[in-house]
Design a protein. Sequence first.
Length: 618
Amino acid sequence: MSATPNAVLRPTCDPATALDARFRAAIRAVTGSDADPQIRASTNAKFGDFQVNAAMALAKDRGGNPRTLAEEILKAADLVGVAGKCEIAGPGFINVTLDTEFLRDCLDQLSHSPTFGIPPAMDQHAVVIDLCGVNVAKQMHVGHLRATIIGDSLARVFERLGRKVWRENHLGDWGLPIAMTLARLIREGADFSRLTLDDLNHTYRSAQVETSTADLDAAREFHCGPHRVAELEVQYQPARAAMENAKKTLLRLQSGDPEVVRLWERLIEVTMEQVYQAARTLNVKVGPENNRGESFFRDRLGGVVEAFVQSGLAKSDKGAMIVPFADRERPLLIQKSDGGFLYATTDLAAVRLRTHELNGSLVVYVVDARQRDHFKDVFDAARLIGWNKTADGQESTLVHLGFGAVLGADKKPLKTRSGENFTLKDLLDEACERGTAEVTRRAADPNAPTHGMSPAELSRIGSAVGIAAVKYADLSGDLTKDYVFDLDRMIAFEGDTGPYLQYAHARIASILAKSGESAAAIAAAPLMLADPTEKALALHILRYAQMAIDVGRTLETNRVGAYLAQLATLFNGFYQACPVLKADDATARMSRLRLCSIARAVLADGLSLYGIIAPERM
RNA sequence: ACCCCGGUAGCUCAGUUGGAUAGAGCACGCGCCUUCUAAGCGCGUGGUCGGCGGUUCGAAUCCGCCCCGGGGUGCCA
């Protein structure tokens, strides 16, 4: 495959693709330059279906009247079989109304495309997505919700775009904190076969507290009198002992002591069970096969430092090893003065694996926005040493997708470190319960499609609805911004929510089921698109591929939500205006059924990009 | 002190990378279920796009200076 460097991925059956080609040729004929025609969907139906915006900018560059230039471009454009009426408007817009026949052909093509018009990926390299990022022996909190569902959603988008995707769960499964927890459990004689995550979580925090010498360190830092320091030394004797013990345990773990390693593995097992459980509930593709945590890289850390030293990029400073940068004061610390490694060292080893070994030309880190500086440093260091290259030497793009915090009603972060009252599990349980309650309540209506379903079925649908509410609220906003977690708003099932989209989907599915027509018969029916609402729906459906491509380019998952909300709204408009099952004649009925079928497929596929399940009935 | 990210309707947020009259949802007011699911649809009220200046045919969007909020800044991750 020989993709030119500036080649642009274009949807195969989007009318905009054809218009782009035709107007690009026209512009070349008139001006001699290969300029972007700036094809845009019209903002208003009275301006036609599309507008060409290039004339204004071109006229500015060349000097001359933009309206005159627009006339020339339009005259030079070969629009046979593509556009009908075209008009020059305003300062130099070219308003284009699509040829109805052409619009039908485009939709027909899309309906037969397994990818909804998304062309095969030009880049054969992998996309690597760092997601979830749980810590061993710690409860998952709402921050992990974002890292998990955003990462999974992006992974799904890239899979839809035909890319090879690696979901990497970079577990915090190594180092002193884990050893501290392990040491304390061993000392307490804990029964490892019966450990729960709650046990681990408590032990983790107790271990943190019992080894803390914060007051003593502070006393030294602020140069308190020797008397005070000595006093604190005595007071912190137990803390020092506990820390000594933890360090010994760490050493045993690092040297591969079979007994300690076995217990450590048990710790991971207990921790990960919650992750897999949460993943199942969230409909997120994260499992054991995605685990590649800090411990995986432990044997590579020495090599990382060595590579930086040998290439002259690292130097010793105050006993530590640092990588300085030309444009800023702050260096990247890759080895502590005591010889230990840091998370930057692990991240550098991971970058190298992800580009060189996993062959990622795009590596996305879905991690809390507060770590922005950290990743800037790591990425710059990786570029300095040339680790931002795939196996075959193509440059890799390293991106930190820093998402905002999830806030409580008080606008303060929902934290669990000390609060312990808002775990991810609590959140998911509540969402599923609320969803099930809503679905069950509506099922009581004898006319409801869900009437008479078993509690298990209602619970399955209700959970899907509750989870959709939470996921849609998260993914449909600007990822970089903080947001207030308000389950009442998310699960309101009215307006711009996940359940609204599911409801639209269920209604379409219901029509199709009641029609009694076979899928094959529907797929073969000729499309009419006579009503304005049908045409508007068709035009929007045809933009699906471009939307997916744009999400791949910008990593802005909110574009999916905006697209789907618009799709659902347009469908509801069509549903309101056009009877399907009771259409005036058989041709119209079949045409509308086919439009329903296409809309349903696109809506379901779009929801799948969020990992949202679209029930047939609700 | 420096760096980063935000500031758009009463509330929660969009805004297709500089395009036509800044859009949704909630809330509020009115209308629509003997008719394919009313978790829906239509109409209405609601704006100094944080402020001031600049760039140009055209700015919420780009540039500069301020104001406010949040986050980060060498041996934790």
